[in-house]
Every structure is written in structure tokens, then in C-alpha cells.
Design a binder for this molecule. Structure first.
Ligand code: PLP
Length: 395
């Protein structure tokens, strides 16, 4: 640990967030005092744990606008996506083997689709435009009688672009297919209601909004339509047989607490951090969000419909990894944490039509509720100095 580089300013909140101390306080007793197994039916320790799990289930249901019976707990979004898409594929095989998704999904969805393709399913991809948005007309053209599910994320993890999910789910339902949405980056950050959006199945992950890592949830609609998933994991029958295994009670308590805080504080947090984002973006690009007056760079994603915390900026003539090396005390990224180990340029930015060189010139800054104005003032100045050097603007 002695070589561990202490990060002074953390601006990579789409990768993960710190656990809110109020969430941690709620979790701690469930490690030591209330350590019962939520599936133990014969004593108070079990009942107490079960009651805490059910309270958390209610909080998550409130966050998504659904019934608590429609929520199962998982180890996070990746597991939830596996349970959902593989579960749908198995359950609806008789209807067909066609799945539609987008090129800019997270790897958790793309890799599951690739695995299903190996198993004989056919995957069609919706393109996105330069802002990362899907075209509803293309969905109408691609959808078929044997399409079992359409999977489109609500908000993109790299650019923050928010899709018009209500329009896409309507087309999907009128074809008799199911609509899945990876809502990992949206849940806890923006208000979302699965009924208004017409989502049949979606996933969330606690560590993206002030909760602990390794815990998440899956929403599975129970009526209009009732969704059936076939389990592909077995053992013990927990969580309606879809996610067997002893429940992570402290984690689930943390997820519920983070959901409650998010609901109560979302408006205020977003108002503050979107202001911090604007002043950071303007300072770094000098373009006032007008693409016609681009000097240093421009903002990737849909300016009119974006997560309030996410900023993906193309900085002309620089290589993002060189910029990042010059500001070791600032934690930002070149894209998704899950793919930053491989050197390939972002598939999201490439999918939006950026060239390989352009995609390598982009940084992602993602703010969290703990970030302060002082931090952003310091970070934007340090970034600007480094950008000036790399763009050859130093006097
Ligand atoms: N989907 C999206 C859009 C994400 O951003 C992430 C996390 O980076 C995941 C899925 C995977 O979530 P988890 O870390 O809970 O497995």
C-alpha cells in the first residue's frame, strides 16, 4: 500500500462512487450485531435480517417506480444483465431467437449478446448518431415477429446521453417484444419511472450512487406484460429462484439506504453538479457549447439530454492518456472502467462516428455529490495547463 498514489480530486464517479458515510452507518450493524441469514426462518436473527432486506426492497422499488415484488437483489448490474438477457432468451425461445441492441451499450450487455450469438441467437444492432442517440425509425425497420427483446440503455456511461426510451419501448411493445434497459448509470442520478418509460426489465448497481460495490438489483415486470425469466443459476431458490445464494444483507441495506438518499437529494445534487460541469466544460473548451466556435475541443454526447454529472470532451490534437499522465492527482478517465485495461479506443465514441484519432483525444469527467467547487476550480486549472502544453499553447 505504500506505493499507493493518493488521489486528491476524484472525478471518475461513473466508474464508482465513495460510499456515503450515512449509508455506511446503516450497513455496519449488519456485519456484527445483526448478522442473521435473511433466509433463516426459525429465529429472530433471521427475521431481523429479512425485515431489513424487505425495507431495502421497498426503497429500491420507490426509486424505480415499481412494486417491491418486482425487485430481486443481485451482486450488481453485470450479474443482473446476465440473469435478465439469458433468462429472457431461454424463456422466450419458442417465440424466436432475435435480439436487438445498440453499438454503444456497456460491455456487460454486448458480451452477453455475443455469448447468446454463440448459442444460436441472432443479434441486430441499432446505430447511433453523432450525439449517441438511437433512431426510432431504425428500430421499426429492424424489429421482427421473432424479436424477443430490445435492449437499449437509458443513459450512457461514457457520454451521459439519455435515450428516448418511452418511444423505443412503445415500438417494441406494439410488436409484442420485451424491452430491457441497462439503467445502471441513470438510477439514483436522474428521476426514472419504469412505467412511464415502458421498461419491462432493468438493472441498477449501488456503487454508482453512493452505495457499496458488489450489490445491485433487477426489476422484472409482473403485469402488462408479466415477464418470465428462466433461471440459469441453481441452488437454494433465493430471490424467486433467479439469483440463488445467501443474501448480502449489509450490502442490500446499503443499496436501500443509498436509494433513499438519492431520492431525497437528487434535485439539489443535480442542480449543483450540473453547474460545476458547465463551468468546467466551458473553461476547457472555450466553445460556450456552440459547436460553430470550437477552438480547443467540443463536448461529446447529446447536449439537450445528458446525465447532469457526465462530461465527455474531445480535446483537439491531444492524446487523452498523455493528458491523464500529466495530472496524476486528478482521477478522470478515457472511457469505461471496464474497458480501460485494453488499449482500444472507446467503442461508444467510435459507434458515434468519431475517428480512431478523435476517440483517443477524449476524456471523461464524471462528477459526484461529494465534489466541491474548490476541487473543480483546482482540477480545471490543472487540466487546462496540461492541455495548453499538449496543444502547444504555452508561451
Ligand atoms: N452497465 C453500465 C452502463 C455500467 O456503467 C456498469 C458499470 O460500469 C455496468 C453495467 C456494470 O455494473 P456492475 O459494476 O454493477 O457490474
Amino acid at each position: 500500500m505504500s506505493d499507493y498514489l493518493y488521489v486528491v480530486i476524484y472525478l471518475d464517479n461513473n466508474a464508482t462512487t465513495p460510499v456515503d458515510t450515512r449509508v455506511l452507518e446503516k450497513m455496519l450493524p449488519f456485519f456484527t450485531e445483526h448478522y442473521g441469514n435473511a433466509a433463516s426462518r426459525t429465529h429472530q436473527a433471521g427475521w431481523y435480517a429479512e425485515a431489513a432486506v424487505e425495507t431495502a426492497r421497498e426503497r429500491v422499488a420507490e426509486l424505480l417506480g415499481c412494486e417491491k415484488q418486482e425487485i430481486i437483489f443481485t451482486s450488481g448490474s453485470t450479474e443482473a444483465i446476465n440473469i435478465a438477457l439469458k433468462g429472457i432468451a431461454k424463456a422466450y425461445e419458442a417465440k424466436g431467437k432475435h435480439i436487438i441492441t445498440t453499438r454503444t451499450e456497456h460491455k456487460a450487455v454486448l458480451d452477453v449478446c455475443a455469448a447468446l450469438e454463440n448459442d444460436g441467437y441472432e443479434i441486430s444492432f441499432l446505430d447511433v448518431d453523432r450525439e449517441g442517440c438511437v433512431d426510432a425509425a431504425q428500430l421499426r425497420a429492424l424489429i421482427r415477429k421473432d424479436t424477443i427483446v430490445v435492449a437499449v440503455m437509458l443513459a450512457n456511461n461514457e457520454t451521459g446521453t439519455i435515450q428516448d426510451i418511452a418511444a423505443l419501448s412503445e415500438i417494441t411493445h406494439s410488436n409484442g417484444s420485451l424491452f430491457f434497459s441497462d439503467t445502471t448509470q441513470a438510477a439514483g442520478k436522474i428521476r426514472m419511472d419504469v412505467n412511464e418509460l415502458g421498461i419491462d426489465v432493468c438493472c441498477i448497481s449501488a456503487h454508482k450512487f453512493g452505495g457499496p460495490k458488489g450489490v445491485g438489483a433487477l426489476f422484472i415486470r409482473r403485469k402488462n406484460p408479466r415477464v418470465t425469466l428462466l433461471p440459469w443459476m441453481h441452488g437454494g431458490g433465493h430471490e424467486r429462484g433467479l439469483r440463488p445464494g445467501t443474501l448480502n444483507v449489509p450490502g442490500i441495506v446499503g443499496l436501500g439506504a443509498a436509494a433513499e438518499l438519492a431520492m431525497n437529494e437528487m434535485w439539489e445534487t443535480n442542480e449543483r453538479i450540473s453547474r460545476l460541469r458547465t463551468f468546467t466544460e466551458q473553461f476547457l473548451t472555450e466553445d460556450n457549447l456552440e459547436r460553430s466556435s470550437i477552438e480547443r475541443g467540443y463536448i461529446n454526447g447529446c447536449i439537450k439530454s445528458r446525465l447532469p454529472n457526465t462530461s465527455n470532451i474531445l480535446l483537439k490534437g491531444i492524446k487523452a492518456h498523455e493528458l491523464i499522465k500529466r495530472v496524476p492527482n486528478i482521477a478522470i478517465s478515457t472511457g469505461s472502467a471496464c474497458t480501460s485495461a485494453d488499449d482500444a479506443p472507446s467503442h461508444v465514441l467510435r459507434g458515434m462516428g468519431l475517428s480512431e484519432e478523435e476517440a483517443r483525444a477524449c476524456i471523461r469527467i464524471s462528477l459526484g455529490k461529494q465534489n466541491t467547487e474548490e476541487e473543480l476550480l483546482e482540477a480545471r486549472q490543472a487540466l487546462r495547463n496540461a492541455i495548453d502544453e499538449l496543444q502547444g499553447r504555452t508561451q
